[in-house]
Design a protein around this ligand. Structure first.
Ligand code: GLN
Length: 201
């Protein structure tokens, strides 16, 4: 089977790392900055960065509506960190003018882990990923506060003040993580997404 064409939204954020990890996971990866580039992919990764800024750039680059339509039509999307916030249907602690893509039936809280722990790393058990825990890097990360009935939680914080908080979910063709799997050299979550895009799982 030929490699699925997976775009990385390239308006802001850690685009290069996602392109490299998708390539390692067997996808044909490309950058998406224009509507025609979105039309040319089977699926999309929305990287980390700053969700408010990325939302504004989506409007400026005439990508918001085409992207919302692709999501409504069932395109697989993987959002990490700010990407999770952009996919969420409901955002707590957003800005008043925060623009999102939507489609993922969750409520997320931005910058949820608070100032003292802006960034941290933790090994997480991740449903659907074998061969040991996933090393997760959190950078001013959101968590998932509520999920709709069709949403499957895939990973939770295991201990500390945030124990039990959901930090990875799947909702049909939408996958989202609070953390940054593209930063650790471990391609297993991208492989999971590539399998989703192939329609294998
Ligand atoms: N705090 C950022 C936001 O609200 C997300 C941080 C990240 O993507 N690393 O968009």
């Amino acid at each position: 089977m030929s490699a699925p064409r997976i775009g990385v939204l390239a308006l802001q954020g850690d685009v290069r790392e996602h392109v490299a990890t998708l390539t390692a996971a067997g996808a044909s990866a490309s950058r998406v900055r224009r509507p025609a580039e979105l039309d040319a992919v089977d699926a999309l990764v929305v990287p980390g960065g700053e969700s408010t800024t990325m939302g504004k750039l989506l409007v400026t680059f005439d990508l918001l509506e085409p992207l919302q339509k692709r999501v409504r039509d069932g395109m697989p999307v993987f959002g990490s960190c700010a990407g999770m916030i952009l996919l969420a249907d409901r955002v707590l602690d957003g800005t008043s003018d925060q623009v999102g893509i939507g489609g993922l039936d969750v409520t997320v809280r931005r910058n949820a882990f608070g100032r003292q722990v802006e960034s941290f790393e933790e090994d997480l058990a991740f449903d659907g990923i074998d061969d040991g825990p996933v090393h997760a890097v959190f950078i001013r990360a959101p968590w998932v506060e509520e999920i709709g009935e069709d949403v499957v939680p895939l990973a939770r914080i295991s201990d500390g003040a945030a124990a039990g908080k959901i930090v990875a979910v799947r909702h049909g063709p939408l996958l989202a993580t609070s953390f940054h799997p593209e930063l650790t050299g471990d391609a297993r979550i991208h492989q999971l997404f590539v399998q989703m895009v192939r329609g294998a799982i």
